[in-house]
Write a new protein. Structure first.
Length: 433
């Protein structure tokens, strides 16, 4: 009964502060302070100072601002625009034709971005006007882009994976490698849906462009070379064991700067904008992480993780039942919080239970990314929905309805991940340490 009272007070505090417009990071820190002052004898001010300093000074976390900066550089230079020019000629004969540029473009950009919103915005900036001009249905353009944009969280490097790795104390490099096969699988599911829809609705698919010769297609593909080189440098250095995730992030930033400079699309203005954009985004994320770390400490002093673990253990759920219950829990939570807040807010409470159930933490990290991806396209706080609403002028409910097939495909992907765990665990077991 005491635990129920504490949980109720903390939940009410969080939603009351969020409802008043308080920033997420300050809301989490404020709720932790309230909990410690009322239910713990430890001085809240001292605990907050020590915890926030510890959360902010982690060397592992250094990879986060670097990957954010790399994505910002690509977003503001010509490298991102070259993706469409290189991909389009090869997709003209597939069922669904150029709709596949949303999926493949997002998959490629995800490998150098790490942010779902940045991936969605960058690829959408190129594909929405072009596909609309060619006559593709608006709901399919926005729906496939909304779903495919979530690949920015799954295909490494991934901001969520860095946050989870820090929270769960697992290797970020192994998490990155673990995301490659699941990311490719999800991209194939999205493209398969596009092809299935196009075969069933041939009248809604515009006619193919005039054919190109093989050599002409190869000529257009040269625009993909810079981005592919950057992907190879970042992921290759991690997979081979040459660099840690943090060092690979530095390689990515330097590579993005060199490539954009060689292309002539980097100038003082874009350099400043990319640096300021990455700084603003990282400061927001760092504040959330610090607040959530303090809340995790407060819940530890209050005893909530132990009580929750005992309660879930008392339910007698099988491993499958636990995973399905957590999936529903995270989807509901995603209706109110962003992905980073979800991860840092819940890991301290859930990880003991997950470990007790015998679930591999690398596998669980990929599962977490999948369910956070679902949260990106669920109203009212689906970040990809906000991005696409701003770009298209459409209301959130319209884009959410258009995204429903992608949502169900993600649920299918989670089931495949559960029944074939090697999808996530095979590569980490074979990577060079």
């Amino acid at each position: 009964m005491n635990e129920l009272l504490v949980i109720t007070l903390l939940v009410v505090s969080i939603f009351a502060l969020l409802g008043c417009g308080v920033w997420v990071g300050l809301t989490l820190a404020g709720t932790a302070w309230i909990g410690m002052e009322i239910f713990s004898s430890r001085p809240a001010g001292d605990a907050m100072a020590v915890t926030i300093w510890g959360a902010s000074s982690s060397w592992t976390l250094t990879a986060l601002p670097l990957f954010l900066w790399m994505g910002e550089i690509l977003f503001r230079t010509r490298l991102s625009e070259d993706l469409f020019r290189g991909l389009a000629p090869w997709l003209n004969r597939l069922p669904g034709r150029l709709l596949h540029t949303n999926v493949i473009g997002c998959a490629i950009f995800a490998a150098v971005s790490g942010s779902s919103a940045a991936t969605c915005a960058t690829v959408g900036k190129m594909t929405i006007p072009e596909l609309t001009r060619r006559g593709y249905p608006e709901d399919k353009i926005l729906g496939t882009l909304s779903g495919a944009g979530t690949l920015g969280l799954l295909i490494p490097p991934s901001i969520i994976m860095i946050v989870y790795g820090v929270a769960a104390d697992v290797s970020i490099a192994k998490l990155f490698i673990a995301g490659i096969i699941p990311g490719a699988m999800l991209a194939l599911l999205f493209s398969g849906y596009i092809a299935w829809w196009a075969i069933r609705n041939p009248g809604q698919v515009p006619k193919a462009d005039p054919g190109m010769t093989f050599m002409q297609k190869l000529s257009q593909s040269r625009h993909l070379i810079p981005v592919m080189l950057l992907i190879a440098a970042v992921l290759g250095s991690i997979y081979s064991g040459i660099a840690t995730a943090t060092e690979a992030a530095a390689v990515g930033v330097v590579g993005a700067l060199i490539l954009s400079a060689l292309q002539g699309s980097l100038n003082l203005s874009t350099f400043k904008q990319s640096l300021l954009g990455a700084t603003r985004l990282y400061c927001m994320i760092a504040l959330i992480l610090a607040g959530a770390q303090f809340l995790t400490l407060a819940m530890g002093y209050i005893g909530l993780p132990r009580a929750l673990a005992e309660w879930i253990g008392g339910l007698g759920l099988s491993q499958f039942g636990l995973i399905m219950a957590l999936m529903v829990f995270f989807i509901v939570l995603g209706c109110f919080l962003d992905g980073i807040s979800i991860v840092v807010l819940t890991m301290g409470v859930l990880l003991p239970t997950v470990q007790a159930a015998g679930i591999d933490l690398i596998w669980f990290g990929i599962f977490i990314v999948f369910v956070v991806e679902m949260a990106q396209i669920t109203p009212p706080v689906g970040f990809n929905l906000f991005v696409l609403s701003g770009m298209s002028g459409r209301e959130l409910p319209y884009i959410a309805r258009a995204s429903l097939p992608m949502f169900f495909l993600m649920i299918l992907a989670v089931l495949l991940l559960y029944y074939i765990p090697g999808i996530a665990t095979w590569l980490p077991l074979h990577m060079t340490l």
